[in-house]
Design a protein around this ligand. Structure first.
Ligand SMILES: NC(=O)c1ccc[n+]([C@@H]2O[C@H](COP(=O)([O-])OP(=O)(O)OC[C@H]3O[C@@H](n4cnc5c(N)ncnc54)[C@H](OP(=O)(O)O)[C@@H]3O)[C@@H](O)[C@H]2O)c1
Length: 315
């Protein structure tokens, strides 16, 4: 099988031996689509090396968190040939930039009719994260007001649409030229972070979600309602505010989607299949063009996810 391997912080496409037979509780998948996320770049540049050393499986496969593909071997709750999708644990899981993958079943769900492999791959983490953030942590419903910083990216685009679906009013922040796009996704108000700082916004919000991973609690506490909560996407960069939260009126909430949830994956897929939410795909690349796909990560103004066609390796 072909896979992206990491050597000296550089990626290479190599021919590797397929993984051994799956362990109990795992499913073996031929990967059709995978995504390229900011976290993959962080993996490559070594930001997580210490954690990987302590927790990870080691090895040269370091990139790829989401996938969609075809079950290769019957077992567990799947038939051979079934279409499934999912994600893997950031530190401990296998990586999805390989053509054959053994992954824990609890990190997977069936792809419903009407959803393509690339759509399914693009919502695995975004859908799961959106449901945890909007329904479980922020508990948004009609009458609530939410501010989403970084609303044009992979997770933000899903969270924005879900918050609207739950009846909340959404203010969305993204870069230049995204107003029409975010309005189409349902945003009630759109702000351009290159023209206005978050500190100068008006209004009060029941929840503030930050996908830029740049915001600090002190910048936004004045924008929160009495019971308002701030939820940063990177808990590691906000540990102090999370720990200090019980002593404060306004809360900063811990958010980490590292455990598999087949139920949430199924729920996210159903929302897209039924047409309530769009799986936003920024761009598509063949596996052989992985360098362009990773290059796209460095460009501002992406809309949704970057998707890799994992079976297209012809030169
Ligand atoms: N804790 C968890 O379990 C969990 C789960 C999922 C994701 N995450 C994290 O969440 C973050 C977002 O993920 P993603 O996949 O959605 O990333 P993404 O697709 O790169 O989206 C990031 C968004 O932030 C925007 N942005 C960049 N600089 C900004 C600024 N100064 N002010 C406001 N917005 C800004 C980007 O817009 P421009 O392109 O226009 O700059 C883009 O809309 C990542 O760091 C990821 O690791 C955490």
């Amino acid at each position: 099988m072909k896979a992206l391997v990491c050597e000296n912080k550089t990626l290479k496409l190599e021919e590797l031996v397929e993984p051994p037979a799956p362990e109990p509780g795992e499913v073996r998948v031929r990967v059709v689509s995978a995504t390229v996320n900011p976290t993959d770049r962080d993996m490559l540049t070594g930001s997580y090396d210490l954690f990987l050393k302590l927790l990870g499986p080691g090895g040269r496969l370091k990139t790829g968190l989401e996938f969609a593909g075809i079950v290769e071997k019957a077992g567990g709750r799947y038939r051979k040939g079934e279409r499934i999708f999912g994600y893997t644990n950031l530190m401990k899981g296998p990586k999805t930039h390989q053509q054959v993958l053994n992954v824990k079943e609890k990190y997977t769900a069936a792809i419903p009719d009407g959803l393509s492999f690339e759509q399914a791959a693009s919502i695995a983490i975004a859908g799961n994260s959106g449901l945890v953030l909007i329904d479980d942590i922020a508990k948004l419903s009609a009458g609530h007001h939410v501010l989403i910083n970084g609303a044009s990216g992979g997770v933000g685009a899903f969270a924005l649409q879900l918050a609207k679906k739950r009846g909340s009013r959404v203010a969305a922040i993204a870069g230049r030229g995204q107003e029409e796009y975010l309005t189409r996704l349902g945003a009630d108000d759109v702000f351009d972070y290159t023209r206005q700082t978050v500190e100068t916004l008006q209004g009060k919000f029941d929840a503030i979600l930050d996908f830029s991973t740049l915001l600090k609690f002190r910048q936004v506490r004045h924008l929160l309602t009495e019971a308002g909560i701030f939820i940063p996407a990177d808990p590691l960069k906000n540990l102090f505010d999370i720990v200090a939260s019980p002593l404060r009126k306004h809360k900063t909430r811990y958010f980490l989607v590292d455990e598999g949830s087949a139920g949430k994956l199924s729920q996210a897929a159903a929302l897209v299949a039924e047409g309530g939410i769009k799986a936003e795909i920024d761009s598509r690349f063949s596996l052989k063009d992985y360098q362009e796909a990773f290059g796209r990560l460095d460009r501002k103004g992406r809309r949704g996810r970057i998707v890799l066609d994992m079976q297209d390796t012809a030169t």
